[in-house]
Write a protein that binds this ligand. Structure first.
Ligand code: MG
Length: 352
């Protein structure tokens, strides 16, 4: 398996090792589809149990009109000069990408990936949400390939991607790299993605503990990423969602600094979504802010009975916001439900 460098050390991020097969549309799609069954999460793991709940009966959900409320935040942190994270949140799509690569190429990779997949938010993806995500990821990887061909200076760039595509209680999760998604349901907080890192593989093998992994000198070594040169191998999983579910998608600038216990405590105790994202980013800053910090927090609500309205405004954050992606989206035929997209720039939590 190809090893790729990313993460805490800026120098690591500029040295992706990228041998591998050339990317082609057919092979990308085939590879992505091949991972559909079974989902990428380890069989029987708590994450897999939390994710795959098809057929779970919750009385009354058939009469509900489910929708999302969400908030997004991206912060450059305290040590990085630029923000290589990108994020998008819209009525049907939530996505976080953490770019890697020197000379600002990481921000190119994450922004290009986010802007390539955002049409999924406005289009009808059909019944196969995971397949739609897989195709979008393959398209994003091809876009990275095009960018590398047109500008060799960005060769070596790559990005993680963790995305949730959602339609009326059904959802699909797509994940590659070490950004993360968590689910808070009925008081239980579960990481529903599996890091594609060397240290995670060592944990899975029982060679090191989770505590060892947190302080491991090679904790930033990625085993999989979107790089435009190798076939994308995202994990894909289907989810059922219910009113009251709360999702967190984040880059490792948050999950690598703030403990899972603290993430759980904040998500479970703070109702207002903007305030949740503010607190989370603030905690990562208080923890030293060594990396870019990006998070999306989203609640599943029953739009008919909820006293709060769904969120309809699409929001770009981080490098994707700076790249003018929101303007591209508003020019797209049909646009996005809810009118003009918004933009959540880096927030000023420094010095807290
Ligand atoms: Mg990062």
């Amino acid at each position: 398996m190809t090893l790729r460098q990313t993460g805490d050390q800026e120098q690591d991020r500029g040295h992706l090792a990228l041998p591998g097969e050339p990317v082609s549309p057919d092979s990308q799609s085939a590879a992505s589809q091949a991972r559909l069954d079974p989902p990428g999460l380890p069989s029987g793991s708590p994450a897999a149990q939390a994710v795959v709940e098809q057929g779970r009966d919750r009385s009354g959900t058939g009469q509900m009109t489910l929708a999302l409320r969400y908030a997004v935040r991206s912060d450059v942190g305290l040590l990085r000069e630029g923000n290589e994270d990108s994020a998008y949140a819209g009525p049907h799509l939530l996505a976080v990408a953490d770019g890697v690569g020197g000379n600002a190429a990481g921000e190119v990779a994450s922004a290009a990936t986010i802007t390539t997949i955002t049409p999924l938010d406005a289009e009808d993806p059909g019944p196969d949400l995971a397949g739609a995500l897989a195709d979008a990821v393959a398209a994003a990887n091809l876009r990275l390939q095009e960018l590398i061909i047109s500008d060799p200076a960005v060769e070596g760039m790559g990005t993680t991607l963790t995305a949730l595509l959602w339609r009326e209680g059904h959802a699909a999760l797509c994940h590659i790299g070490d950004s993360r998604a968590y689910l808070l349901r009925d008081g239980r907080f579960v990481q529903i993605t599996h890091d594609h890192t060397l240290v995670q593989s060592l944990v899975d093998e029982g060679a090191i503990t989770e505590d060892d992994a947190a302080g491991h000198p090679h904790r930033s070594l990625l085993l999989r990423a979107l790089d435009g040169r190798t076939i994308a191998e995202p994990d894909l999983a289907r989810l059922e969602t219910y009113p009251g579910d709360r999702y967190l998608l984040c880059s490792d600038g948050l999950s690598g600094v703030v403990s899972e216990q603290t993430l759980h405590q904040v998500l479970a105790s703070v109702r207002d979504l903007d305030e949740v994202t503010r607190r989370l980013a603030g905690l990562a800053i208080d923890g030293g802010g060594p990396d870019n910090i990006t998070c999306i927090v989203a609640d599943v609500i029953d739009a008919r009975s909820s006293r709060v309205a769904p969120t309809w405004q699409p929001v770009f954050a981080g490098a994707a916001a700076a790249s003018g992606a929101q303007a591209d989206l508003s020019r797209r035929p049909g646009g996005v439900p809810g009118g003009q997209p918004g933009c959540e720039e880096d927030s000023a939590h420094h010095g807290r």
